[in-house]
Ligand binder design. Sequence first.
Ligand code: SF4
Length: 185
Amino acid sequence: MEVTRRQFLKRTGGLAAVAALPAGVALADEGKGYRLQRPLGTIPTTCTYCSVGCGALVGTEGGKVVSIEGDPDHPINQGALCSKGMAMAQIPHNPERVTEVLYRAPGSSEWEEKTWDWAIPEIARRIKDSRDATFTDRTPDGKVVNRTEGVAFLGGSSNTNEECYLWVKAARALGLTYIEHQARL
Ligand code: SF4
């Protein structure tokens, strides 16, 4: 009988789970052991690091990511993940992550800490002003374009698929034409 790579990954994962479960699903030493030894729910998602777009299964416990593995049913990676994909947990759980708003004024070399109450209206005001100043409804030869070339949008690798979907909708509604994502650069 021929066994595909996908079937192999699923079957060996199942065997590991069966071998581990007789002792019970709870581990004596919490925090150690394999995901299949614990009753984790896995959440399917897409790796955000590059444009290959591999599928991953993420196991969480107590609001924390505790396991990441390739999704054997995903048509792109068929259960595999590269080292970057395997390290995705560093996105939500990273002591280096910036959690405050940092603002660097034009011409300044210093970062200032600001509040979200200051930042959100400020961002909205600057987008509106730039759009109003650069919006074009027609090209010189009369073609309708309704666009602004005065604002650009760049997504980052820690944006999820769903966030990117919403951002692109908002950017296109504003008439932006320069829309890029860091994972494509
Ligand atoms: S697992 Fe690796 S190859 Fe796949 S999308 Fe993530 S970074 Fe790209």
